[in-house]
Ligand binder design. Sequence first.
Ligand code: 4AD
Ligand code: MG
Length: 431
Amino acid sequence: MQKISIKDLSDHVGKEVTLNGWLYNKRSGGKIKFLVLRDGTGYLQCVYFKGNVSDEIFEIADKIGQESSISVTGKVKEEKRAPGGFELDATGLKIISEAVDYPITPKEHGIEFLMDKRHLWLRSSKQVAILKIRHRIVKAVRDFFDENGFTLMDTPILTPAACEGTSTLFETDYFDLGKAYLTQSGQLYAEAGAMALGKVYTFGPTFRAEKSKTRRHLTEFWMVEPEVAFNNLNDNMDLAEEFLEYVVQTVLRDREEELKVIERNTDLLKNVKRPLPRISYDDAVEILKKKGIDFQYGNDLGGTDETVISNEFDKPVMVHRYPAEVKAFYMKRDPENPKLALAVDVLAPEGYGEIIGGSQREDDLNVLQERIKEHNLPMEAFEWYLDLRRFGSVPHSGFGMGLERTVGWICGLDHVRETIPFPRMIYRNTP
Ligand code: 4AD
Ligand code: MG
């Protein structure tokens, strides 16, 4: 007997097959039992008729608990009304391992309960769909850079210094060498890579000891960061919008079914095509004023401000040239107004806020040394980074896109905790 997956059923219509999986759900009439099997590739309704199967099998079908692992055998039938379009005229049923009193039932559960049972919650149809969309986003990210001349460069997780400010560093003892920190961003190393390879990207886990308890903040999240030698801020924005268009359009094309499962309205996602609107920080502040928001010029945009600004657009909006004071030490100042940094943030529509942050980098040795001092960062730890400005420095730019915020936006979720299999947040580090 051939072992097959639910997704391959169309090749087996009329044939007898065996499938392995878990019992998703069960319904019964008097002489008939409907067992819905799931195997990670889809769902299949298996129909057990009393009389078609032995009494023993019929009894098992009656008693077996949700999420028991089972093996079913039967003939594949086309059935337009069934989810997936097929049904199994079942003849056999074997229990691989019985599950009794599975804690997650079709009734509503509170979010904390579900988060405690995250290792099981992942099996539900909505979570499966989100994981599949996340995977497709990751692959689209890699495909985009791989096909556009970028070299993947993995950067270290244990690092000697801060990249994105010292207030969100996770610290650990590092043998006789003192302290090490979990990376906040692979950027500084990607810059070294760009000087070696021209165009690179790094894609890995990053860490922020964020004290923020918001729907956008994780303490461990994945970030993809391209870095390109000879790109200025405009080139950087061109790259960001081409990249976003590719990722979103690819997911819309390849994950239509999963987006339906999670009931995502995709109207605005379809708009994610070049060109994306570009506004300056000053323009953004004007919008806030017009909307009656009490905003102090010079501050960084907060989550609510970002929502108000992005609500003015039906596509992601790029906000560039922020006050240098609220941005990282490595950002180049605008030669036309040194109070501003050549930074860009991309704000997603529908209230999702910043999904991309990037900039042109300071490429002058002396200026960069000044910045490191101004930010009270340890100069010795940055000597290697300063070498990039000593030996063949060039203008260069890059950005970082947070994977979970992007998944949250594309899936239309109201919290990042459902965008990653096992989220790490200020108040949760289990399971
Ligand atoms: O704006 P950020 O801090 O930029 C950097 O780290 C740069 N070094 C990137 C670069 O230029 N190479 O972070 C970039 C993105 C944000 O736009 C957001 O999507 C995500 O990373 N991000 C977070 N996602 C979830 N939880 C957090 N605590 C996040 N902090 C940043
Ligand atoms: Mg940022």
